[in-house]
Design a protein around this ligand. Structure first.
Ligand code: NAD
Ligand code: IPM
Ligand code: MN
Length: 356
């Protein structure tokens, strides 16, 4: 039997609450299938760990994670630790340390999912946002000069390497070509006269290899408008790290809410483990109440199943989530229901059992 070794990092706040449900779903899928199973190893890293040990993860953490087939993460961040310390010390360290340069974030309105937009058909919101996940505005480079002085200067450097930009754009063209979809590059070359001019140039260069792919270039401000007014304009979308971060929260808002939005951080070459997580944070405003929506974590579990080649199971998990939302009787408060996190997770499992 094939065994997949999964590192589970619940993290902080509702991260710990939702991850349990994602794991529950993965375990049940493996039992129902019978050809494979998961072996989960839990890591206590996060803000509580930081208070005790002064680090967000152990010094050899990256080395220890290396041997796993994938990482399943909840969320990181707590009001009592500065975000740049907690996130740089754990989440971003893993994304960059394992060269997970592709961040796949589906913005797809599933059946039964709430949508705040009027006059939009379900099929109108069906895109895959491919966010550059290793460099760009998130390079972490910069300087802080004359701190606290009158002439204080802060530099935050965006890094756009030829290799980094080309590989993410090529990944996007490959997907658009394979799936016969249009490809949109979200840019901002009118103001960012180095990084995004270069980005546009590479987008055009790589595009010559894919004459069959229909493309458009849209500035990020206009993209924000069109996500709301004409979401059907977008199928495959490729963009930089920061733009992708912001646009996918907007994507979550139009396609079911933060409780449903999932993402996969991929190292496509599989040289390092990839990481699956909801795109939401630790939600300190609702943590500990048992009401967080676990469906984003469940969707990210379905992305993991896809990644391991069990697309039929990935689709079944999403199908179970859709059934649950169409039925409407077991939903968390963010979706207008009264169910707890655990009840929602259990209901997904029951539906999977019924399908199998
Ligand atoms: P957030 O995503 O945690 O919360 C935004 C809003 O969405 C809140 O009102 C929250 O209650 C709601 N929400 C989010 N997930 C939900 C769910 N599953 N069910 C129901 N409601 C949900 O964003 P934030 O408040 O900006 O960040 C809180 C902390 O999380 C910060 O420390 C931030 O840096 C961190 N963060 C971490 C990640 C991550 O680990 N991947 C992502 C985003 C933010
Ligand atoms: C996300 C989050 C992270 C990001 C933060 C917490 C560093 O917002 O995964 O979307 O900006 O990538
Ligand atoms: Mn984000």
């Amino acid at each position: 039997m094939k065994i997949y070794k999964i590192a589970v990092i619940p993290g902080d706040g509702i991260g710990t609450e939702v991850v349990t449900e994602g794991v529950k779903v993965l375990e049940r899928v493996a039992e129902l299938d019978g050809r494979f199973r998961f072996e989960f190893t839990w890591f206590p890293w996060g803000c509580e760990y930081y208070h005790k040990h002064g680090v967000m993860m152990d010094e050899d953490g990256i080395d220890r994670l290396r041997e796993f087939d994938a990482i399943f993460l909840g969320a990181v961040g707590s009001p009592d630790v500065p975000d740049h310390i907690s996130l740089r010390g754990l989440l971003l360290r893993i994304r960059q340390g394992f060269d997970q340069y592709v961040n796949l974030r589906p913005v797809k309105l599933l059946k039964g999912a709430p949508c705040p937009l009027a006059g939009v058909a379900r099929e109108d919101i069906d895109m895959m946002v491919i966010r550059e996940n290793s460099e760009g505005e998130y390079s972490g480079m910069g300087d802080w000069l004359f701190r606290g002085k009158e002439n204080e200067v802060v530099l935050q450097t965006g890094v756009f390497s030829r290799k980094g930009v080309e590989r993410i754009i090529r990944y996007a063209y490959e997907m658009a070509h394979r799936e016969n979809k249009t490809l949109t590059s979200v840019s901002k070359s009118n103001a960012l006269n180095y990084s995004m001019v270069f980005w546009d140039q590479v987008f055009a260069e790589v595009g010559k290899e894919y004459p069959d792919v229909k493309t458009q270039v849209v500035n990020v401000d206009a993209a924000a408008l069109f996500f709301v007014k004409q979401p059907q304009k977008f199928q495959v979308v490729v963009t930089s790290n920061l733009f992708g971060d912001i646009l996918t929260d907007l994507g979550a808002a139009i396609a079911g809410g933060m409780g449903l939005a999932a993402g996969a951080n991929l190292n496509p070459e599989r040289k390092f483990p990839s990481m699956f997580e909801p795109i939401h944070g630790s939600a300190p405003d609702i943590m500990g109440k048992g009401i967080a929506n676990p469906l984003a974590s469940v969707w990210s579990a379905s992305q993991m199943l896809d990644f391991f080649g069990y697309e039929e199971w990935g689709a079944k998990v999403l199908g179970a989530v859709e059934d649950l939302m169409v039925d409407g009787s077991v939903l968390s408060p963010d979706m207008g229901g009264t169910a707890t996190t655990r009840e929602v997770g259990d209901a997904v499992v029951r539906r999977l059992e019924a399908m199998a």
